[in-house]
Design a protein around this ligand. Structure first.
Ligand code: ADQ
Length: 491
């Protein structure tokens, strides 16, 4: 809020994200609000609570229409309203082509090195273009003045910045891409690459998590567009519009409200151990993810198997609980992943289970944040094994949960987070020898070393929290606006 008041005085903020921060559902006749399992929402929601304004999102909950006014608006959070949620309704065909098709069978696998082939269909891209246009209409309807600050979120909206720019030329448009950007050769697979790039270059500022993704983006522009590129300034000028390309590593709120609300670590451990039927001297590892092939969940379970093969002292004692929220379940690759994960868990449990002991507990459902934080606090280790991940906020949440300064984070080198969280045990998740050694080292780590590492991690995440992420973008946007005002481009 401070950064907004200081650097963008009097500005209105409009956020556009596909995912809505609150999903209204009716279960057994009772209206309930669900917090979606989404890194984007986890990061952004506290920021929007602080700045106020409007969040435009696809209305996806079964009861979403029940609670809105005639402009599809509702004030949220439901128990303490701070901003407006404006819902955009998509038809089933639009959702199929724009969300499942182009976004999640096309761009998602294109941008992640996780060996799933991107699928590009003309019909999907047409639906993607239409959906982007629908959101552009909503932005223009919500804008009160000619120069709002619009925060466009993620790969669902590559075409949106230009569409907004055409209708609100004085808007400050900050686009943040929450997933990696591929190298230029790989990007060339996308049949509509130049249109995607031109769309994104409607932004005033384009943000990625790490510098490597910025560099890949600049290389893609260099290769596929006729635009003026300034590598030193990290800027691209296309048709008179300059876009700054910047790295802004995302984070979580601090103090994290879910950690503040959760019982102390020993109580969480007691409760989770009781739920899982574990003995008091058992050892617990956790994995928390959307059920997505980029998260390396199969590799994670194979590492647990290798751990039990190589280190018999953990057999009968170590349990790994995987909380996996179903995600994009209409896409065949996700159905295949679901079957594979189940199969590996079954095999490992058959091999190493005995009596009541099951080394792997698979909880395939959405869990509300208080449960997720209870598991973080109960665990001896958290293993994040993504094959490729823009940032990964589970790693940061685990750190935020551990105010007892205990527990060990084992973290894939292929996450953006690994570039910041050097005190974690960093591994290549494909290398089952290295990963299982790290799991064993985590389980045997003396309390003093756990404390030292956790302290350093907590200092980092508390300082580089999500308010700093948003603040840095708003400061940069403020500078741009000042410059435009001096040059007379805006008033
Ligand atoms: P995601 O791919 O969604 O985010 P991540 O950053 O790990 O991944 O965030 C996942 C969020 O969902 C966390 O807040 C976690 O607590 C929650 N969650 C996971 N499993 C859950 C479960 N079973 N039940 C309930 N909640 C669950 C994308 C990018 C990331 C990037 C973020 C933010 O893929 O790389 O870090 O955006 O930019």
């Amino acid at each position: 809020r401070d950064a907004l008041a200081r650097h963008l005085p009097g500005s209105e903020v409009i956020v556009v994200a596909n995912r809505e921060p609150y999903i209204h559902e009716r279960r057994d006749g009772v209206l309930r609000v669900q917090h979606p399992a989404s890194g984007l929402v986890t990061a952004l929601e506290p920021v929007v609570q602080a700045t106020g304004g409007t969040w435009i999102a696809h209305g996806s909950g079964a009861a979403d229409r029940e609670v809105v006014d005639r402009h599809a608006r509702v004030r949220v959070p439901p128990d303490d309203p701070a901003y407006t949620l404006r819902r955009v309704w998509l038809t089933a065909a639009e959702e199929e082509g724009y969300y499942y098709g182009f976004s999640n069978e096309g761009l998602w696998p294109l941008c992640h090195v996780a060996h799933t082939r991107p699928t590009f269909r003309g019909g999907d891209f047409a639906a993607y273009r239409d959906a982007n246009r629908k959101f552009a209409d909503a932005v223009c309807e919500e804008a009160n003045g000619p120069d709002p600050v619009v925060l466009v979120q993620d790969y669902h909206f590559a075409l949106l910045p230009r569409m907004i720019r055409e209708r609100l030329p004085r808007a400050t448009i900050i686009t943040f891409w929450h997933i990696p950007w591929p190298n230029s050769e790989r990007f060339g697979i996308c049949p509509w690459g130049p249109e995607i790039l031109e769309g994104m270059l409607g932004s005033s500022i384009l943000g990625f998590h790490v510098q490597a993704h910025c560099n890949n983006f600049l290389d893609s522009v260099d290769r596929y567009l006729e635009a003026r590129l300034d590598r030193e300034r990290q800027s691209v000028v296309l048709g008179g519009q300059e876009t700054l390309i910047r790295a802004y590593p995302i984070s979580i709120d601090w103090p994290t409200r879910w950690a503040a609300d959760a019982p102390a670590a020993p109580l969480c451990r007691e409760r989770v151990f009781a739920d899982l039927g574990l003995a008091p001297d058992a050892l617990l590892g956790v994995g928390i993810d959307r059920l997505d092939y980029t998260k390396g969940i199969e590799e994670r379970l194979l590492a647990v198997e290798r751990l039990l093969e190589r280190f018999p002292q953990f057999r009968g004692r170590f349990t790994f609980a995987q909380l996996a929220a179903p995600s994009r379940t209409r896409i065949p690759r996700y159905q295949e992943l679901n079957r594979n994960v189940e199969e590996v868990a079954r095999r490992v449990n058959e091999r190493f289970g005995e009596g009541d002991y099951r080394p792997i507990v698979l909880l395939r459902e959405h869990h509300e944040p208080p449960t997720v934080f209870r598991y973080y606090r109960a665990a001896d280790l958290c293993y994040v094994s993504s094959l490729h991940d823009g940032m990964n906020l589970v790693a940061k949440e685990f750190v935020a949960a551990r105010d007892d300064e205990a527990g060990v984070l084992v973290l894939s080198r292929f996450t953006g987070a690994s570039r910041e969280l050097g005190e974690a045990l960093l591994v290549n998740p494909y290398d089952l020898e290295e990963a299982s050694s790290a799991l064993a080292a985590a389980l045997a780590m003396p309390r003093e070393e756990q404390r030292e590492r956790m302290r350093a991690l907590r200092t980092f995440v508390s300082e580089f929290n999500v308010y700093r992420w948003a603040g840095r973008m708003l400061v940069d946007a403020g500078r741009l606006r000042k410059r435009d005002r001096v040059s007379g481009r805006i008033t």
